[in-house]
Design a protein. Structure first.
Length: 334
């Protein structure tokens, strides 16, 4: 892995809020992705992962107020003008969504989907755009690319369509790929194939890749570093090996204990008690405290913990230093 010193994607105190909600959707997000690096952002549904990813394209919820900064290749997207947004979206970053059928117009041919942006936005000739589409369909593992250019989306399987979406994301040679649950709608064997394709393309092209997923085991299989998000905040980040060997936040340990290992379960999984905090709820202290077995009344419920360095990791937990070594994933023997 070759990681450049200057991050390709940088969030600096990004906050996104809606006036009708009790708490921010995103609260002071700090996150980095360098060229040549795969970074995963994990957490339960509703934690703010997808909003974080879309912010890297300057896409914020309607009516939302955004503060702080999110920069792609040095361009700040908070409050960016249309020309800056267009530069990022057409040349620097691309998004791969979880449902390929929702990303492709069902009444247009695959070839139109792939070549139209090249012809209309970048001014390529039809012949040049077609050649590029054929090249990329081959790169993502689709046989007989010329035939696929003439097909409609309903003629392809979900796995084949996701390959088409990956090819579309690569048409303009972006430096950053944003992958929002790119394998959720696929079966297990197809998931592995798609992740292998993404990993190979990322390595060959030296891309920065941000992977959004709720599956911490899946994230560990392909990523260099992991950020763990809860209720709109980053609660822990560390290199993959370090995070798995010694999770420092109770929520991280809870995710590990409730996720089946990729090599098969070793015992009964232990779910995290309670439910995630919704946007209509707020708390003066740690948002995870009501679900945390280590929460200390009068401390954890009084003020939100800041994200602080702890060796190779960063963690937002009032008791992190005193709990080192005692926070481990809990799995019952089956």
């Amino acid at each position: 892995m070759t990681v450049h010193e200057t991050p390709l994607l940088a969030y600096d105190g990004l906050t996104v809020s809606l006036p009708s909600m009790a708490r921010p959707i995103l609260d002071c997000i700090e996150l980095r992705v360098s060229a040549g690096e795969i970074v995963a952002l994990v957490g339960e549904s509703g934690s703010g992962k997808s909003v974080t990813a879309r912010a890297a394209l300057g896409l914020f919820p309607a009516g939302a107020e955004a503060g702080g900064r999110v920069r792609v290749d040095g361009i700040d997207l908070v409050g960016a003008d249309p020309a800056r947004l267009r530069e990022v979206r057409t040349n620097k970053a691309a998004m791969i969504y979880q449902d390929p059928r929702a990303a492709i117009n069902p009444v247009r041919r695959i070839g139109d989907f792939l070549t139209e942006p090249l012809r209309l936005v970048h001014g390529w000739s039809k012949a040049r755009a077609d050649a590029r589409a054929v090249e990329l369909l081959g790169a993502v593992g689709l046989p007989d690319p010329l035939r696929h250019l003439e097909q409609y989306p309903h003629e392809l399987s979900g796995g084949m369509l996701q390959r088409v979406v990956i090819a579309a994301a690569l048409t303009a040679e972006p430096r950053l790929l944003l992958c929002d649950e790119p394998t959720t709608a696929l079966d297990v064997s197809t998931q592995a194939e798609i992740l292998a394709i993404l990993g190979r393309l990322q390595r060959e092209r030296g891309l920065g890749l941000l992977l959004i997923t709720h599956d911490i085991e899946l994230a560990a299989a392909v990523s260099d570093r992991i950020y763990v998000m809860y209720a709109g905040r980053i609660v822990e980040t560390a290199p993959v090996a370090e995070l798995f060997a010694s999770p420092r936040h109770p929520y991280t340990a809870g995710l590990l204990g409730s996720s089946p290992p990729l090599d098969g379960p070793t015992g009964r999984l232990t779910p995290i008690p309670g439910a995630p905090m919704g946007l209509l709820e707020s708390a003066p202290g740690c948002a995870f405290a009501p679900r945390c077995r280590f929460a200390e009344p009068g401390r954890c419920d009084q003020s939100p913990p800041a994200l602080r360095p702890m060796g190779p990791a960063e963690v937002a937990c009032h008791r992190a230093a005193e709990l080192v070594g005692s926070i481990q994933p809990s799995r019952e023997e089956s």
